[in-house]
Design a protein around this ligand. Structure first.
Ligand SMILES: [Zn+2]
Length: 623
């Protein structure tokens, strides 16, 4: 009851003065963080942080430079403005800014609270060179929606990351929170205020909140209660539209994982963004222990959106295995402002992405050909990155170049490393064991609160498996020797051959046939030194051509986006007229777009091989 009274008392004076709390020291009382989503000023939210009393003379307040799962330095402190520290008599104290993400306050014994205003990331992504990845970013749209990735709003005092938090949010009456952050116990529901609690700072950032008008579906998958909350700016999609596919997918994931320990609740926060206004453009998702934030374009068709949701959300949900359960000390004791990276992205992202594909064939959501097409897609995508870069070295140094620009390969080659390892372990164990078995064994030894030693993981995996696994890691994960995939495919009776396959008109999967001039956003050209699809050859386009207009629309990065979106609805007889610039000369090409196909690798089943190979393939794909 007393807690309720404290909260109610604070409600009336969020920005008033907290005299009287000073008797409780910082480690004895939760840090009270208040966010006001009603009184927005210049697209900013005011935050106040009210800690217990400090016994030291100096304290630093920090906002994360980076957070787990993003593997990038984003300096969330740069979105904080008008930082004020107030003493117990309400006077403004002296604050020294230390870098982008830290504020040093002297006379800390007198510190009552701090206040600041937070700007959001979604609407400035298009003017940033390296914008925050949208699923880790923030949005403030007055009266409409708020994407509260709380590391962008709430910070921590240096040395006090383990202190609990109470988070009070003042909100418009008609919008609701979806989050796995726990509600304050014993607090009556209040339409104007939410109150949440977190045991430590990590829990604050591990539980993002989406505020929007209710557009929510809930369902149970075995013993997990799943909440899907959707923000669709033009009301195109409702949560129930996706419920069936997501439910089927998560049921299949649970069946694939078997007895692996998992969460009791899971929230999917889906933010659908607009392409033609400044809005989130970093599509994808970020994992948390009990939730995921997914950002995708609202303009996508339901069919494509569903398939992307299945691929993306299943990936995030599999992160429950690693790194959320199986992870090293570097991740357990994550330093938000000076992070030490782990060597094992081959597992955190690679195994996760591999499972997100494997479970779909395993559980019959896709067929064998579709699975092989995905593998071929990964072979193709991996070619864009350095195949001789050691994965462990890359992982350890992922925040720096040249490693940072190879990060995306963790989803491509990272998954292929796991495929080869899976086949190798299947071979050595006569089909009985594989990477899923390995992850289950590791999750018995480690867990959410028990990290492994970064340097010892591979030795441990080798000890659990076969000497050949040591050679594999030494050569292809620690070492820089590319993997001969044909060799691994042959072990399961498969071979790679050349065959035609269909592509998009502007993109082959995620790889574009066109690119933008670094110096001029509005110069769009056809890429050189890559294989172009039949669409380019047949209509008369050449590598290096600059596209000026398509069907009368002048081409800029902006207008191209909507043309690419509409191109997914083209049929082979759709007519197109393109004005282009080739060596200063204006040329017009036109005609039917035809089918866009590319000659590429294809995985086929080897005929007439021994039964052993197909038995092993069956074990690999279906057991
Ligand atoms: Zn991931």
């Amino acid at each position: 009851m007393r807690k309720v009274l404290i909260l109610l008392g604070v409600l009336g004076m969020v920005y008033g003065c907290g005299v009287g709390k000073s008797l409780m020291t910082i480690d004895k009382v939760p840090i009270l963080a208040s966010l006001d989503l009603v009184n927005i000023k210049y697209d900013k939210v005011e935050v106040s942080i009210d800690p217990g009393a400090f016994s030291s003379d100096v304290v630093s307040f920090k906002i994360p430079k980076t957070i787990p799962g993003t593997y990038s330095s984003d300096n969330y402190g740069t979105y904080v403005q008008d930082f004020l520290a107030l003493d117990y008599s309400g006077k403004v104290m002296k604050v020294v800014k230390e870098g982008d993400n830290s504020w040093r306050i002297s006379n800390a014994k007198r510190l009552d609270k701090i206040t600041y205003w937070v700007n959001d990331t979604y609407d400035i992504e298009n003017v940033m060179a390296n914008p925050v990845f949208s699923p880790a970013g923030t949005n403030i749209l007055e009266g409409e929606n708020f994407m509260l990735n709380l590391h962008g709003f709430v910070g921590y005092f240096d040395g006090y990351k383990e202190v609990p938090y109470t988070i009070l949010v003042r909100k418009p009456l008609d919008i609701v929170a979806t989050t796995t952050l726990r509600q304050s116990p014993n607090r009556k529901p209040d339409l104007a205020w939410d109150s949440f609690v977190a045991n430590r700072y990590f829990e604050v950032i591990d539980n993002p909140i989406l505020y929007a008008r209710p557009n929510i579906a809930t369902f149970a998958v075995n013993d997990i209660l799943v909440t899907l909350s959707v923000y669709s700016p033009n009301g195109v999609y409702s949560a129930v539209d996706f419920r069936e596919r997501i439910e089927e997918m998560m049921r299949a994931q649970k069946a694939f994982l078997g007895e692996v320990d998992s969460t009791q609740e899971y929230a999917i926060l889906l933010y659908l963004s607009e392409l033609d206004v400044p809005d989130a453009q970093g599509f994808g998702a970020l994992e948390h222990h009990t939730s995921t934030v997914v950002v995708l374009p609202e303009a996508m068709s339901k069919e494509r959106l569903e398939q992307v949701m299945v691929d993306v959300v299943s990936h995030e949900f599999f992160h429950i295995v690693t790194p959320l359960s199986i992870h090293s000390k570097e991740i357990q004791f994550f330093d938000f402002n000076n992070p030490k990276m782990s060597k094992h992205l081959w597992m955190y992202e690679g195994t996760t992405e591999y499972f997100a594909n494997l479970f779909q064939i395993h559980q019959g959501l896709i067929n064998e050909d579709e699975f092989y097409d995905r593998i071929i897609g990964k072979f193709g995508n991996a070619k864009a990155y350095d195949d001789t870069m050691s994965f462990t070295v890359m992982s350890k140094n992922i925040l720096e170049e040249p490693y940072a620009s190879n990060y995306q390969n963790v989803y491509e080659k990272g998954a292929l490393i796991n495929m080869a390892l899976d086949i190798l372990i299947r071979e050595k164990s006569s089909g009985e064991k594989g990477v899923l078995w390995l992850m289950k064994e590791l999750s018995k030894r480690y867990g959410k609160e028990i990290p492994f030693e970064d340097d010892l993981l591979i030795d441990e995996i080798v000890a659990m498996t076969y000497p050949e696994v040591r050679t594999f890691f030494n050569d292809h994960v620690i070492g820089n020797e590319p993997i001969d995939y044909d060799r691994y495919l042959a072990k399961v009776g498969l071979a790679m051959v050349k065959a035609e396959r269909q592509t998009g008109y502007f993109l082959d999967g995620e790889n574009p046939f066109i690119d933008v001039d670094i110096e001029d956003d509005n110069t769009i050209f056809i890429r050189e030194n890559i294989p172009l699809s039949s669409f380019y050859k047949n209509i008369g386009l050449q590598a290096g051509d600059i596209i000026k207009s398509i069907n009368g629309t002048d081409i800029s990065l902006e207008s191209l986006r909507s043309i690419i979106a509409s191109s997914y609805g083209w049929s082979p007889d759709t007519e197109i007229k393109i004005e282009l610039l080739r060596q200063e000369e204006v040329i017009i090409v036109e005609g039917a777009v035809g089918l866009s196909v590319l000659l590429d690798n294809k995985i086929v089943i080897l005929e007439g091989v021994l039964n052993d190979f197909s038995r092993l393939r069956n074990a690999w794909l279906r057991q």
